[in-house]
Write a protein that binds this ligand. Sequence first.
Ligand SMILES: C[C@](O)(C(=O)O)[C@H](CC(=O)O)C(=O)O
Length: 429
Amino acid sequence: MVKHQQTVYVSGALCGLSEVQHPGCDHADYPWDTVPKVVEKIFKSQLWHDQRQKQFRMHHTRTDREKLEVYDFMAPIIADGDMGFGGLTTTVKLAKSFVEAGVAMIHLDDLAIGLKKFTVGEGRTVVPTSEYLSRLSAVRMQFDVMGTNTLLMCRCDTDRSQFITSTIDPRDHEYIIGATKDIESLVESIAKGMTEGKSYMQARDEWKSRGGLMTFDEAVREKATDEQYQEYASKATAFGTSVNQKRRIAKAILGDEPFFDWDLPRSKEGQYMWRPSVKAIVERAVLAAPFGDMTWARMDAPVWKDIVEFHTEVRKVYPNRLFAFGFTGMYDYEKAGFSPEQIRSFSDDMAKLGIVWQVQPIWAVSGLNITAEKFAKEWQKDGIVGYLETISKPSRVPPIVDGFHKPSYAGSYLADAFFAAVAGQEITP
Ligand SMILES: C[C@](O)(C(=O)O)[C@H](CC(=O)O)C(=O)O
């Protein structure tokens, strides 16, 4: 029988929506200490519930206690560290705050801060591999300085990322897209197109259709004979080969290098276009693994073959690696080709790949809204009877749901115990 360890997950998206003065949409644009403060609130609440349950139980004989519930409130708290909130000193302070708040594990990702465009399909921008590893190193250093056994989960958001902030790390060059047609830049074309009445998306897509967008290796493939490309591939496609090295090798083999300009497709914010692939995620995850205890390849859609490929490839390098997976809110299982049976067995199937921690991170948005909506409608329709029938009575049927009606829930016995202690006399019947 597999024992499932329950955990508490503190979502950055939800904290950025509900734990701040100025709500936002999953941009990590909230104060960096927001999530640590929520962790601290939850951890102290766990301790209090554990205390009031223990005090209530100790109010009974050993025999009677056998009949009382004994609930483990101290579920490990796992929290969203997003991308570390900018500079490395902030990432270090974030790590320190999380440890002091009582967190069991945090995850840190390779996203650029605040660049997601949710509606135009230009969603995710990653930072260079070197910057991602520096973030993880900052957290690892802080944990080690504190001598804590807090866990670090290395999260990669490279899947379906469309941009990268810099070309500084040659380990990313294989996936950076350039224009192979010597035309005006994307930014110039969009600006011109919009003055002519085109929408941003129309102007953008029109330019992309003219730009001959591809990676440098693909540009060489287009220009070379099979034999030439075979020689090129043997010399210029090893992991970490820079575009400048690729250019020299291509020129030596082909007599000339293909036109390739990765600045032309840059966005207004300066990001470079990026071609995501499972291979790119695997490379980052393998480099990141030594800094952390778990790995999470965050995926925008549940593509089963990608999930199998990613976890299989990483486990070729780290056979005992533990993985995480987040069922994000937008998953369309039917569109991803899942049968009803595959949806039902999805969790177990992933567990067989080493995905031992699985989370639906934003349940609380729809889940609580539905409950509140349902209760409000009952109240309007039947008055207090609605509350009694749909909330109060069902929650009193064993296993009783925590609520003020539960003897020890609200801590009434614990509170009165303080009076008794101070007064030197027992006041609780
Ligand atoms: C896990 C996550 O980082 C979160 O903030 O909860 C989000 C959740 C979501 O978008 O569904 C994420 O997966 O990026």
